[in-house]
Design a protein around this ligand. Sequence first.
Ligand SMILES: [Zn+2]
Length: 277
Amino acid sequence: MKAKWALFVSFFLVIVPGYPAAQPVEVLWLGHATTRITSVAGKVIVIDPFLTRNPKTPPEYRDLKAIGKVDLILVTHGHQDHISDLLDLARLTGAKVLANYEFGRNLVALGLLEENNVIAMNRGGMAEPLGRGVKIHMVPADHSSSLDYNILGIRNPDQSASIRQGGGAGVSVGYVIEMENGFKVYHTGDTSAFGDMALIRELHNPDLALVCIGGFFTMGPDEAAYAVRELIKPKAVIPIHYGTFPVLNRTPAEFKKALGSTSVQVLDVAPGQVMRF
Ligand SMILES: [Zn+2]
């Protein structure tokens, strides 16, 4: 059976009054952390493009052209499994790239992207680069970051004054994306469980959370289950960032077991499976 099929999730249709049934928010997880989100008005956001070298990318999305129109690319951090197709996808689609301040500024300083195509902001801030209606909240994540010279095609790191001054890649972040109809998606980025996930919930109250569960580099199932059940408390969760490499060997089944009895709906989707809310 073809992996790409549509599933309507009814909880949000019921809960949110005035929900435009003809134009749902579409969430397409493409393996690892890579996610394409299409807003109610058809704005397309891609998070952490890692497609052509990602063993979990569905074959039909290995060609970047298959992603279609992209308006905005969000970067959680600079590790290669999050940005390996960033520059190619940005150049192919003309999408603006939104990232942590240091990472974003260095993309410009290194001549990799044009200044007016980069939004370099920081944690706690909100931007509306798609025009009014879709709000991008940059939130903390507890993880490292770096500038991967090979992946970015940087031959002479010394060309950047910013890097010489230690600007590097800045910090790792997550995002809460607030749609035109109020639906909120929290992408944790790579992270450990941390107490301020409860503050993210207090401030943003996400409906859907995409949460790393693979372990080793991020939360594993037990930590992720605690974070979801006790801190984030979304209506639904999509487990991500597992199974890509042998070391990320934890599973959604372990996550569900650790979560136990809860009202949170676990959407154990396959990469390439379209979800509409
Ligand atoms: Zn990662």
